[in-house]
Each structure stands twice: as structure tokens, then as C-alpha cells.
Design a protein around this ligand. Structure first.
Ligand SMILES: [Zn+2]
Length: 140
């Protein structure tokens, strides 16, 4: 997935910081991030490389499982999406999936580097992944 950069853009990854920052005195570091004054190349960071390398595999595995229980599944990888009314708000969802039974949903793929040599359930049990929970029946 190609990563896009536009100065002055509030991307999904910055949205939380924007929404929880003071409107009267926004943080200087947030403004610098939004304006990309200190834009640095993160493509050589091992965790970033890991994520980019495994994103397509993760999406394929998810789709295979999803298609078992949903009808007329379609997937698009939209790249950069710009808000129609507020063009300074943008996001790059990993994919948008649709099915006849549930409509449209956004997919955000996570390939956590700190769990790279583990099965997903093991990573959850060992708290390497904290945004996935184990259900009553033992499934993720
Ligand atoms: Zn469905």
C-alpha cells in the first residue's frame, strides 16, 4: 500500500490527537506533525517494513474467513480518501469490504511487529496484542 503525504492534512492517524488537543492552544508538536515540518522517512523502521510486507497476506486470510459467512463479498483498496466537505481531512484505509448482509465496513490491518513470531491467540494471551480479546468459547 502506498503511503501519501500532504502538509496541512488531518489524517486518521492524527485525528485522536487533534480531537483531544486544546482548540485555543494546540500543541506545537501536533501542529508540526500536521504541517510536516519535521517529516521523516519511516520506511526503514523494521516494524513498518514488517507491516507493509505482511499486509496483503493478512487481508487475504481475513477475506477467506469472511467469505465463509457473508454473501456477495467485494473488496476495494481505495488508497487515500479525502472528505468531500472538508478536504483537509483524509485517511488511507487498508481496504473497504462490502457484503449483501452487512453493507460496507472499513478494514484496518495490523501486523504487530512485537508478535511477529507468534500465533495470534498466543500473542493475545501474552498481552503482546491488547486490542483483541479472547471470547467465552476461546475464539479471538
Ligand atoms: Zn455480511
Amino acid at each position: 500500500m502506498k503511503v501519501y503525504f500532504f502538509p496541512g492534512t488531518i489524517t486518521a492517524s492524527k485525528a485522536y490527537r487533534v480531537m483531544t488537543n486544546s482548540g485555543n492552544q494546540p500543541s506545537r508538536s501536533l501542529l508540526c506533525d500536521i504541517m510536516m515540518y519535521k517529516n521523516k522517512d519511516i520506511s526503514t523502521i523494521p516494524a513498518i517494513q514488517w507491516g507493509l510486507k505482511h499486509e496483503a497476506t493478512a487481508l487475504s486470510a481475513y477475506l477467506k474467513k469472511f467469505e465463509e459467512t457473508h454473501r456477495a463479498v467485494e473488496v476495494v483498496r481505495p488508497g487515500l480518501v479525502t472528505h468531500r466537505e472538508y478536504p483537509y481531512i483524509r485517511a488511507s484505509p487498508d481496504a473497504i469490504i462490502s457484503c449483501d448482509c452487512h453493507g460496507y465496513n472499513i478494514i484496518e490491518i495490523k501486523c504487530p511487529y512485537k508478535a511477529r513470531c507468534m500465533e495470534p491467540k498466543q500473542a493475545v494471551l501474552e498481552s503482546k496484542i491488547d486490542y483483541v480479546k479472547i471470547g467465552i468459547n476461546g475464539t479471538l
